[in-house]
Write a protein that binds this ligand. Structure first.
Ligand code: RB5
Length: 147
C-alpha cells in the first residue's frame, strides 16, 4: 500500500515505445489503477517531445498525479520532460533505480527505454515506482532546489 494507489497515472510514448506502453497500461489497469493514455497509438513515426509535453501538461492541470514515459532509449523523452519545472522524470533501468527515484528524488515520471530495457524489467520498474513513496526528511530540501 502506498499513497499512489488511487491516483491517475498518465502514460505516453513515441512509436518506439508503443508495445511497451500497451503492456504497462494493461499491467496497471489490471491492478485496478486509473490510466490516462496520451498516445501515441501506432507505428507511425512521431516526435517524442510532444508526448513528454502531453504528460507534463496532464500533471500540471491535475488530470494525473504521476506519469510513465517511454521512447527507444528513454533518453530523449526524459530530457524533454525535465524541461518542465514541475516534472521530475527518472530514466530507470532497474527496480532499484525506480524505488530510489521515488524515495530520494520524489520522481513524478518513470521513464523507460523500450529498446534498451526488457519488458519484465520494465514491469519490475513499474511495480517498484508505484509501490514507493517519497521519504522526505533529508531529501526534501534537495528536491526543493530543483525548482
Ligand atoms: C526514435 O527513433 C528514437 O530516437 C527515440 O525513441 C528515442 O530513443 C530518443 O531518445
Amino acid at each position: 500500500m502506498s499513497s499512489t494507489d488511487s491516483i491517475t497515472i498518465a502514460i505516453a510514448s513515441d512509436h518506439a515505445g508503443v508495445e511497451m506502453k500497451a503492456a504497462l497500461r494493461a499491467l496497471l489497469e489490471g491492478q485496478g489503477r486509473t490510466v490516462l493514455d496520451l498516445g501515441t497509438d501506432g507505428a507511425a513515426s512521431v516526435d517524442y517531445p510532444d508526448f513528454a509535453d502531453a504528460v507534463a501538461a496532464a500533471l500540471a492541470d491535475g488530470r494525473a498525479t504521476l506519469g510513465v514515459l517511454i521512447c527507444g532509449t528513454g533518453i530523449g523523452i526524459s530530457i524533454a520532460a525535465n524541461r518542465h519545472r514541475h516534472v521530475r522524470a527518472a530514466l530507470c533501468h532497474s527496480s532499484t533505480d525506480a524505488r530510489l527515484s521515488r524515495q530520494h528524488n520524489n520522481a513524478n515520471v518513470l521513464v523507460l527505454g523500450a529498446r534498451t530495457t526488457g519488458i519484465e524489467v520494465a514491469k519490475d520498474c513499474v511495480a517498484a515506482f508505484f509501490a514507493t513513496d517519497f521519504e522526505g526528511g533529508r531529501h526534501a530540501a534537495r528536491v526543493a532546489k530543483f525548482s
